[in-house]
Design a protein around this ligand. Sequence first.
Ligand SMILES: Cc1cc2nc3c(=O)[nH]c(=O)nc-3n(C[C@H](O)[C@H](O)[C@H](O)COP(=O)(O)OP(=O)(O)OC[C@H]3O[C@@H](n4cnc5c(N)ncnc54)[C@H](O)[C@@H]3O)c2cc1C
Length: 398
Amino acid sequence: MSHHKKRRKPCPEAESLATEHARVFEAAVEAGRRAGRKAAKRKLKRAARYGGLQLSKPLRESVLRDAEKAGGRAAYAAATKALRRAGSRMALAPAPGHAAADFGSPTGAGPAAGAVAAPPRRMPGSQVVMDVLRVERPSRSMVRIVAGGEGFDDFESNGAADQYVKLYFTNPSLGLLPPYDLRSLRKSLRREDFPASRSYTIRRHDPVARELAIEFFIHEPAGPAAAWAAAAQPGDQLVLSRPKGKFRPDPKAEQHLYAADDTGIPAIAAALERLPRTASGRVFLEVEGPEDEQEFDLPLHMELTWLHRNGEPAASSNLLSDALRDIPAPHGRVEVLALGGRDAVRDIRKLASHWDIEQRRIHVSSYWTARRPGRTWPVQAAAGPRLEAGQRRDGTDD
Ligand SMILES: Cc1cc2nc3c(=O)[nH]c(=O)nc-3n(C[C@H](O)[C@H](O)[C@H](O)COP(=O)(O)OP(=O)(O)OC[C@H]3O[C@@H](n4cnc5c(N)ncnc54)[C@H](O)[C@@H]3O)c2cc1C
């Protein structure tokens, strides 16, 4: 008996229902945005008339834009709720440019029921969809994705040095369109097909260039995030959550002690950029070897030390905690920031709590932990030619 997987034929009724729902969403969001702007305008007018509030033109515009976004988000949430309450289910509409999604079960029993068509791309919600504009290679093991496009305006930076987002990765053969309705997909997709999410730091958010950069450490074996970044091309979509994170360097600290492995380098780099030029302290960064180092513009009295694993597995490396143990115990207003593998940062936390430092100035966070890769990612097979350190891939490449 043959076990051909059945391909799902697009059902015209389901498609028209999905299109109709998409239209409802778009109309609701648009109405919400307009209502948000109108309400904020009215409030500002009143505040100016009765409270004497005078805002500069750019600030006024920014307040109105925020209100517009908030209105759109509220309308989106309300429309989702209403549709859910009505028991509506959208049929899966294949993404333009993709083959119809194959949700055939291994038994050939046909598609998973209730797969949900993605709502429209520019809908403000908990996910933001941006386009990859450029791919750069700041060092041998790091890939920098620079993203922007229409979705950029939906991303609200929180300004923290360690602000991070969840990125969502799907198997491209499923043809799912972002933003993903995770709640519905959880019901309709097989467990192994459900989008994978991983946390990543916003290395740079540039509202003038309307670009956002994220740096991916390419570890091996690569999981979905590293595999995606290694194969990313301009025009690919980057799906991100709203940002979290709240670390802001203390400009009054007498000494800054920063330590990280490859995964924490983007956050440390962002923190260094926010320090005053006169800041002093030490930075320890752990990478595989000299080709994995990057250049940073350091404040005048910050000393950077690179530590090399030279083949030792990242998960069991003690380089960072050993380096910190070797320095004289710091005193006074000292700020500690340590980011990296679970065991390494646990050691640093223990060490820092023996130092005479206020707990609230110790910022230690586990960024990853060694575990078995759960599944293989087809995106790996699509990887383009490997970029060397210093090279970039952009829309003008052949
Ligand atoms: C708040 C926060 C911010 C972060 N910011 C960044 C960032 O800016 N850049 C960045 O590169 N990472 C960052 N990370 C770490 C990143 O989320 C993890 O490394 C993640 O597990 C990578 O996902 P993956 O799909 O590539 O690998 P996974 O599927 O999670 O793992 C696959 C395999 O690789 C191993 N593995 C996973 N990560 C590593 C690693 N770092 N080194 C060696 N082996 C590993 C696992 O043990 C496993 O065997 C951040 C994490 C947090 C919590």
